[in-house]
Ligand binder design. Structure first.
Ligand SMILES: NC(=O)c1ccc[n+]([C@@H]2O[C@H](COP(=O)([O-])OP(=O)(O)OC[C@H]3O[C@@H](n4cnc5c(N)ncnc54)[C@H](O)[C@@H]3O)[C@@H](O)[C@H]2O)c1
Length: 321
């Protein structure tokens, strides 16, 4: 793959892995991030490459974004805008919905405006299982209507809708990737990261939100990026929308907590705060159908538990005692 692209949220957990993979595939990459949740250190490898430019700016500071992107676009025409910038602090969004409005929806609105103003034809978007809300059975892409139960999920669903509307106006093609829970190195949030950090602070007890029965699919970030790259290359409908997940497996919070304790602080007592969900807007149980992505020629290799075990090792190494 050659050509040039923009990645918003480039210094984030997933964005930085995507940047590394795009660079390795021979693309020029302009990475944009306001570093509100991301880390410059995640881009250490990318920064060494002449084909990478990093711009610290807010996607919602539209005039600055346009000026910066226009200048890069004039030198190397941008073919794809990968939009990953969003609020990943789900609990902050639950407490203050305006965080999700600004960071999750308005960033999509401005990224689409940029694609319009610079005539960038392709738009690839990091969506989420949270758009589905609470559903019975396997989540399939073509059911609906969907009723999200978090502002985060609502803002992602509104983003998806604004993308489909943009296909009528200016975009040539779009990809909507509905991620499950993603785990792996460079994580800065999520249950596994929290467990390791808490155990580093207090090796005798681990507090776990909820009763431990929450049950979801976990995908390793390396597999997520494989799937995104595969779909970007091979799925060539005007609108491409896919669940991405491990094969038919989920992991319970109890399993994750016990694995974290075994790895980081053997013998620590696990204290559950109770209730079947971790926070307001948490969907306690879900599982994805991956038939559609398998028909598109991509299959996961790891189970959810294998992804969790590998990610725990990586996070523990990155956050030593
Ligand atoms: N991690 C998961 O399990 C998961 C699951 C489903 C969907 N997603 C989606 O994947 C994407 C990446 O998530 P992540 O886990 O890497 O989170 P992350 O917080 O590590 O990455 C998001 C990045 O966006 C940046 N950002 C936020 N607002 C910005 C703004 N206004 N302007 C510029 N940059 C801004 C942050 O600084 C951060 O670096 C997000 O869109 C998220 O909603 C993640």
């Amino acid at each position: 793959m050659s050509g040039a692209c923009i990645v918003t949220g480039a210094a984030g957990f997933i964005g930085s892995h995507l940047v590394d993979r795009l660079l390795a595939s021979g693309q020029r990459v302009v990475g944009v991030d306001n570093l509100s949740l991301g880390r410059r250190s995640h881009l250490a490898q990318a920064m060494r490459m002449a084909s990478f430019e990093f711009r610290e700016l807010d996607v919602n500071d539209y005039d600055k974004l346009l000026a910066t992107a226009r200048e890069s676009h004039a030198r190397h025409p941008i073919d794809t805008l990968w939009h990953l910038a969003a609020n990943s602090d789900i609990q902050a969004g639950a407490a203050r919905p305006e965080v999700d409005l600004r960071s999750t929806f308005l960033t999509t609105f401005h990224a689409l405006k940029l694609a319009h103003d610079l005539q960038i034809p392709h738009f690839a978007f990091a969506s989420t299982s949270a758009v589905y809300g609470v559903q019975k059975g396997l989540l399939t892409e073509d059911g609906g209507p969907w009723f999200p139960i978090s502002t985060y999920g609502a803002m992602k669903l509104a983003s998806e809708a604004t993308i489909t509307a943009s296909l009528e106006r200016h975009l040539r093609r779009a990809w909507i990737f509905r991620f499950p829970n993603v785990v792996g190195s460079r994580a800065t949030h999520g249950a596994l990261y929290d467990f390791i950090r808490k155990l580093r602070k207090n090796p005798s007890e681990l507090e776990v939100l909820g009763d431990g029965t929450q049950e979801k699919p976990y995908l390793h970030v390396s597999e997520l990026i494989d799937a995104m790259m595969h779909l970007r290359e091979r799925a060539q409908d005007r609108l491409n929308y896919h669940n991405i997940a491990p094969r038919d497996t989920v992991t319970t919070v109890r399993h994750m907590a016990e694995s974290a304790v075994r790895l980081a602080a053997p013998g620590a007592r696990i204290r559950y705060t109770g209730g079947d969900r971790g926070w307001v807007g948490d969907v306690p149980k879900f599982a994805y159908s991956i038939q559609k992505i398998e028909r598109a020629g991509w299959s996961p290799r790891m189970t959810s538990n294998e992804a969790v075990e590998r990610a725990l090792q990586e996070i523990a190494t990155e956050n030593p005692a």
